[in-house]
Design a protein around this ligand. Structure first.
Ligand code: FRU
Length: 493
């Protein structure tokens, strides 16, 4: 019954009840994907943070676990990571392997709004079921930085040490360690690079081969940037491509180059799984499908906050340089119920060609051939509510060469003045064609274009029963070369 709410995601991770923000501590161990998350177990707004926990064997179905980390005398439990300590460098595991979590603890300074942020660790000897904070916490302190958080740790095989990337306001600090307990400052990155529209948070650093060629690795640095009240975009995530020698990251691009991981409004604080089976060939990421601009206000039920779908990351040469490519992992395809295919369909202006009346949960893949239409695409989640029409538009503006989502009439939006909006990103048509793939849940839309190089993730809060999906064209016709529509199964079915 808790999962029946008309806006409750049916194939995205949500907490059973109460507040969720960043994904934390993602690690794969012994056949299990662990997902921890920023959690307030007593409220549907942000507050004293804990680490919630869930486990999946397939990245599709998640089993809720007891809370992994509780606030203690060192403070609340903010974001961080987890690793498998294969060689027992920490000494917590009697020579075997076990899990170590590395996270920020935030202690409020009495009588002020200020806090101290320090890094702590905890270990688990029972496959993540229970956690013991290290008696010597915190393991890393530097009180000259009020923002000093979100440690992401990985083992750097070439230099045989652990590396930590940490956000410190407008830059990242990198540290190294032999044992996860003692950390030495190595370098900093970013004060004059990329976007500084907001405070830097939740970094990640990992290597991926370029175009799948072994020996062609580049390093990807992911950095989330916090909300800026002056800008409509709110919190979002950028990435850098470069080189890393075990201590220092060097950006390949000009300092003012900005690469966005997602052009939608609702993908934040995403980081990748440590020790996942495919790591090195690709990399699995999950993000928080929300935006600090209105995260505390979204009109959900007894839960508030969801994760994006997991994303498989790779690097490819594209026009403009090397780009981060995102696809959904194949595991999700098992959610497909028998689909329908269309080919060679012409959409005339004014057609509003209905594809399905009840497209609540679906995956859709389409290829359009541009014609005379100045604009075309889909209207989804469309229907009536209190005598008014609602719809979300996924459209292509052919004259501007821009793919856009228009959620200004998507449904409920009164909770924040900037939620109702239309936003887009440049997308060129190759050979006069564009290909889109999208995943639609009860209250979200993930749109993949340009073979995974352009992604837009948006929340939608449609009124109950508004589930029609139709094709439209403006100013001329457009040809649908092919279209596959798969209704999806709920993971709670
Ligand atoms: C990012 C963030 C992190 C912090 C956490 C607190 O969304 O602000 O920087 O650790 O959320 O919940």
């Amino acid at each position: 019954q808790t999962y029946n709410h008309p806006l409750r995601p049916q194939f995205h991770f949500t907490p059973e009840t109460h507040w969720l923000n960043d994904p934390n501590g993602m690690v794969y161990f012994d056949g299990e994907y662990h997902l921890f998350y920023q959690h307030h177990p007593e409220s549907t707004v942000w507050g004293p943070m804990h680490w919630g926990h869930a486990i999946s064997r397939d990245l599709v179905r998640w089993e809720h676990q007891p809370i992994a980390l509780y606030p203690d005398h060192n403070g609340f439990i903010f974001s961080g990571s987890a690793v498998v300590d294969w060689q027992d460098t920490s000494g917590f595991f009697d020579g075997g392997a076990g899990l170590v979590a590395i996270y920020t603890q935030t202690e409020m300074i009495e009588g002020t709004d200020e806090s101290k942020q320090r890094q702590s660790i905890a270990y688990s000897r029972d496959n993540g079921r229970t956690w013991t904070p290290y008696a010597g916490n915190p393991v890393l302190t530097d009180e000259s930085y009020p923002d000093f958080r979100d440690p992401k740790v990985f083992w750097h095989e070439a230099s045989k040490h652990w590396v930590m990337v940490l956000a410190a306001g407008d830059r990242l600090f990198l540290y190294t360690s032999a044992d996860l307990l003692d950390w030495t400052f190595a370098s900093e990155f970013g004060a004059a690079e990329g976007s500084h529209d907001g405070v830097w948070e939740c970094p990640d650093l990992f290597a991926l081969p370029v175009d799948g060629r072994k020996g062609s690795e580049k390093w990807v640095m992911i950095v989330s940037i916090g909300d800026n009240e002056q800008l409509p975009e709110g919190s979002r995530t950028q990435y850098f491509i470069g080189e890393f020698d075990g201590k220092t990251f060097v950006n390949d691009n000009a300092p003012d180059t900005i690469l966005w991981m997602d052009h939608g409004r609702d993908n934040y604080a995403g980081v990748t799984w440590s020790d996942a089976p495919g790591n090195g060939e690709d990399r699995l990421l999950i993000g928080w499908m929300n935006n600090w601009k209105y995260a505390n206000l979204i009109p959900t039920g007894e839960w508030r906050g969801a994760m994006t779908l997991p994303r498989k990351l790779s690097l490819e040469h594209r026009a403009g340089g090397i780009r981060l490519i995102q696809h959904t992992p194949d595991a999700l395809n098992e959610l497909r119920l028998g689909g329908t295919e269309w080919s060679d369909l012409t959409v005339q202006p004014g057609d509003n060609l209905p594809l399905v009346e009840q497209g609540e949960l679906l995956e859709l893949a389409v290829e359009f051939e541009l014609g005379a239409a100045s604009e075309f695409g889909f209207k989804l989640k469309s229907g009536m509510h209190n005598d008014e029409e609602y719809e979300t538009i996924v459209g292509y503006d052919a004259s501007a060469g821009e793919l856009f989502i228009d959620r200004s009439r998507a449904g409920e939006s009164a909770f924040h003045p900037q939620f109702a909006c239309k936003h887009g990103a440049p997308l060129g048509a190759s050979n006069g064609r564009i290909k889109l793939r999208m995943w639609v849940d009860r209250s979200s839309l993930e749109l993949f274009a340009d073979d995974g190089a352009l992604v837009m993730t948006d929340q939608l809060f449609p009124h109950a029963g508004n589930d029609r999906i139709e094709l439209y064209a403006v100013g001329g016709s457009v040809r649908v070369v092919s279209l596959q529509l798969n209704p999806l199964q709920s993971v709670y079915a």
